[in-house]
Ligand binder design. Sequence first.
Ligand code: NAD
Ligand code: UDP
Length: 338
Amino acid sequence: MNVLVTGGAGYIGSHTCVELLNKGHGVVVIDNLVNSSAKAIERVEQITGKHVDFYENDVRDRAALDRIFEKHDIGAAIHFAGLKAVGESVQMPLEYYDNNLFSTVRLCEAMRDHGVKNIIFSSSATVYSGTNQMPLRETDVTGMCTNPYGWTKYMSEQILRDSAKAIEDWSVVLLRYFNPIGAHSSGLIGEDPRGIPNNLMPFISQVAIGRRDHLNIFGNDYDTPDGTCIRDYIHVTDLARGHVAAIDYMVEHRGESVFNLGTGIGYSVLDMVKAFERVNGIKIPYEFAPRRAGDLPKLYSNPDKSAELLGWKAEYDLDDMCRDTWAWQSKNPMGYGE
Ligand code: NAD
Ligand code: UDP
């Protein structure tokens, strides 16, 4: 099947392109490169030995979408494109609502008008409300988001859910990601944040390569075994394969479905630091710093529904995640170098 991958030059998108191509799917990417490099697409081609049709356009550009749907026989779309920095979304809510919501609406309209019936959406564990017990299940309460980024995911889910009800024969799969880390085992593609990394693992690996002198650990007085926050980290290749499994699933199922993509295992910030040090033989200097606003002490998934219905389970462990993060960072000290 030909799959339209929006945001396919980005971190998760590029890894998903690799897994789709490896499974024999055709890949068409639309990405405006606001947070990525065209080099990622070249590297995807290098890893797979296969061609990617790449369009440097904004997903909100309806004319560009029309041209793509007219030129290629698209069977499904995977919608990764969006802005994703939580803190920035608080500073720039209108940019986040504009980008993340209008891209979803324009893409759905174009799909409807061109008769494309299958869409997978990059949602997030952030849509779950903070009142739920761990581990999180797909049936748990959503909403009460703590920042505009989270609301764009919540609202996009609703837009897609309503579209699945209204447009005949549509299939919508909402994938709620936990914490993707790691990189392709080749070290050719990986996460390349612009500016100071917001997320833990890119920060650790920039300390390891010498771009930052130490890690600040935000809070060591949480109600967890070592006082630092617990998250469900998942290897990005496992996450990418979850999308391939969702493509197979959606061909057989109409309407809306929602799945967690996580491992179900929680690790603390200190666990992550120690694992990175042990696996890669590199010391990570750190200091304890005040809590970061909005952080929940524990966040991890129950991934049983994905195992049962998608036939998908995370296969890589924490050591693999640490090893592959470092393979990417050490081979590409400045990321894609732009
Ligand atoms: P990323 O920034 O690396 O990738 C997003 C891509 O979308 C980038 O290549 C960017 O240039 C592109 N883009 C953004 N707005 C666009 C637009 N209007 N038109 C065309 N292209 C546009 O981020 P990522 O980590 O790969 O995340 C992919 C998706 O997964 C995002 O929707 C993100 O919100 C979601 N998600 C990510 C995480 C995470 O921890 N990385 C967790 C949960 C959900
Ligand atoms: N974290 C940290 N220092 C950093 C970045 C993150 O201590 O420089 C902590 C953060 O407070 C959280 C965990 O690492 O407890 C994971 O943070 P990340 O931003 O990667 O994921 P999220 O909080 O969005 O799940």
